[in-house]
Design a protein around this ligand. Structure first.
Ligand SMILES: [Zn+2]
Length: 425
C-alpha cells in the first residue's frame, strides 16, 4: 500500500476476506476500501484507521457483485411468473440481475418504470423476441408463433434502450417447432443480428407438442445450434427435459454443441427446476464448462412468500420443489467438481463479457462502482437435491451474507435464499 493512502479517509473497509476476482487473476486475502459509491482500493493490509467503518469479513469470500444472467423479475406484468427484483437481487447477495425475455417491445416502458428504476438491484434484460414477452411464463403457446413477432419494432425497442437491453431472448424447443418449425427462432436471430446483440436461446422443452406432431428433440438441436454465432448463448445445457446438450439417442454430448462452443457460442446454466445432477455430471466430465450461471428462478419454481395460488404453481410444467438460488447453484457446481475461482468467473467476469459491460461490472478494482458480494463458505455435510430425485452431499455450502450495490449495504435476508440442510455424518 502506498504511504499516501494513510492520509485518505474512506467510508468503509471490508477487512481480511478471501478476494477472488477472475478478471484480474486475484485470489487471496485482501481488504477492499469503499468511499461513497466507489471502490478506492483492493489491497492486503489497508490500515483500519483510515476507514470510518470497518467490517471484519475474515473467513468470508469477497467478490465483485454477483451477476445472475437468468432472472424473471417483471413482477405483476408476467403474472405469477415474475419475482420481486430485490428478493432475487440485492437481498440475495446479487447486485445485477438479467431478466430473460420478460419485457418485450410492447411492454418495455413498464419494465423501465416499474422494475428497473425503483429496484435497488441493477436490472438489465434480454428483450423478448415476441410481441407479448414472457406473460405468465410463456404459458399460452398460441402467443409465440411467427405472427406474434415484429422484428422491426423489437429491434427499435432494443436500440432505444441499450442501457437496459443487452440481448434478445428466444426459444429453441419442440413445442414451438411442432407448430412452426424453425421460423420463430430464425426471426429471433434476425432481431439479434439487426440490433447487434447476442441471442440467448432456451434449450429443452417449454410448450407441449402440438397434437399429433412428432418432433425429434435431438434433430432440433442439430438444426438450431448451427444458427448460433459467437457471443450467442445456449441455455439449460443440463436440462432433464429432452433437447439439452446430451443426446437422448447416444447419451453423449451432441458433436454439434462442441463445434458451436469452439466458435464462441457460450453455455449458460439456466438452473431452474430442470437442472439435473446427472446431466451436469455428464456434460462437465465431457469437458464442457458453463460460461455463465443463471439461476432462472421464477414464481413457479421457487416458493414465494405469501403466494395465494399454490395449485396453479404445482400444475405448471416448470414447477419444482427442490429449493435453489444463485449461490445454491454455485454450491452445486462446486460439489460437481468445478473449481471455486472458475465458478466465481461464471457469476462475475464472464457475465460482464456476455453483457459487454466489462468496463462497468464483474471485477473488483479501484475506480469501479462498489458492487461487491460477501459470502460465507460453510463446512459440513449439506444435502443437495434436484427435481429428478437425485441427491448429493456437499462438503461446503456457499451462502450470501451481504452485498454492496453502489456502496449501499444490503443484508442477504431474502426468503428465497434456501436454508442449508445439514445431514448426519
Ligand atoms: Zn427462464
Amino acid at each position: 500500500m502506498a504511504t499516501s493512502m494513510a492520509d485518505i479517509k474512506v467510508d468503509l473497509l471490508l477487512r481480511g476476506g478471501r478476494v477472488i476476482d477472475p478478471a484480474t487473476g486475484r485470489d487471496g486475502v485482501a481488504d477492499v476500501a469503499v468511499t461513497e459509491n466507489r471502490i478506492v482500493a483492493v489491497d492486503p493490509n489497508i490500515p483500519a484507521e483510515i476507514a470510518r467503518t470497518v467490517i471484519d469479513v475474515s473467513g468470508k469470500l469477497v467478490t465483485a457483485g454477483l451477476i445472475d444472467t437468468h432472472a424473471h423479475v417483471y413482477q405483476h406484468v408476467t403474472g405469477r411468473f415474475g419475482l420481486a427484483p430485490d428478493l432475487v437481487g440485492v437481498q440475495s447477495g446479487v447486485t445485477t440481475i438479467v431478466d430473460q425475455g420478460g419485457p418485450s417491445c410492447m411492454t418495455f416502458p413498464g419494465f423501465r418504470n416499474y422494475i428497473v428504476e425503483p429496484a435497488k438491484s441493477r436490472v438489465l434484460c434480454f428483450i423478448s423476441a415476441y410481441l407479448v414477452g414472457g406473460l405468465e411464463g410463456h404459458l399460452y403457446p398460441e402467443l409465440y408463433g411467427p405472427h406474434q413477432v415484429n422484428v422491426e419494432h423489437t429491434v427499435k425497442a432494443a436500440r432505444e434502450n441499450v442501457d437496459i437491453v443487452r440481448g434478445v431472448k428466444a426459444h429453441a424447443e419442440i413445442g414451438q417447432a411442432s407448430r412452426w418449425g424453425l421460423e420463430v427462432i430464425k426471426l429471433g436471430k434476425r432481431i439479434a443480428r439487426e440490433a447487434g446483440l447476442p441471442l440467448y436461446i432456451h434449450l429443452g422443452q417449454l410448450w407441449p407438442v402440438k397434437d399429433g406432431a412428432q418432433i425429434d428433440a435431438d434433430e432440433l438441436v442439430r438444426e438450431i445450434v448451427p444458427l448460433m454465432d459467437e457471443g450467442d448463448v445456449l441455455a439449460h445445457p443440463f436440462t432433464r427435459h429432452p433437447g439439452g446438450f446430451v443426446s437422448s439417442e447416444t447419451h453423449e454430448v451432441h458433436p454439434i454443441v462442441w463445434a458451436a462452443l469452439e466458435r464462441g457460442v457460450t453455455a449458460d446454466v439456466g438452473h431452474g427446476s430442470h437442472f439435473s445432477f446427472e446431466m451436469a455430471q455428464k456434460v462437465l466430465s465431457a469437458g464442457i464448462k458453463p460460461f455463465t450461471l443463471g439461476a432462472d428462478m421464477h414464481g413457479y419454481n421457487v416458493r414465494v412468500p405469501d403466494a395465494k395460488d399454490e395449485g396453479a404453481r404445482s400444475s405448471n410444467p416448470f414447477f419444482g420443489v427442490a429449493p435453489f438460488n444463485l449461490t445454491h447453484a454455485m454450491t452445486e457446481l462446486l460439489t460437481l467438481g468445478m473449481a471455486l475461482p472458475e465458478i466465481i468467473a461464471t457469476v462475475t467476469s464472464n457475465p460482464a463479457r456476455m453483457l459487454r459491460m466489462t468496463d462497468k461490472i464483474g471485477t473488483l478494482q479501484a475506480g469501479r462502482e462498489a458492487d461487491i458480494s460477501v459470502m460465507d463458505i460453510l463446512d459440513g455435510r449439506f444435502e443437495l437435491k434436484d427435481n429428478s430425485g437425485n441427491r448429493m452431499v456437499a462438503p461446503q455450502m456457499i451462502v450470501p451474507v451481504f452485498a454492496l450495490r453502489a456502496g449501499e449495504r444490503f443484508d442477504a435476508v431474502s426468503p428465497l435464499v434456501p436454508v442449508p440442510t445439514r445431514v448426519a455424518a
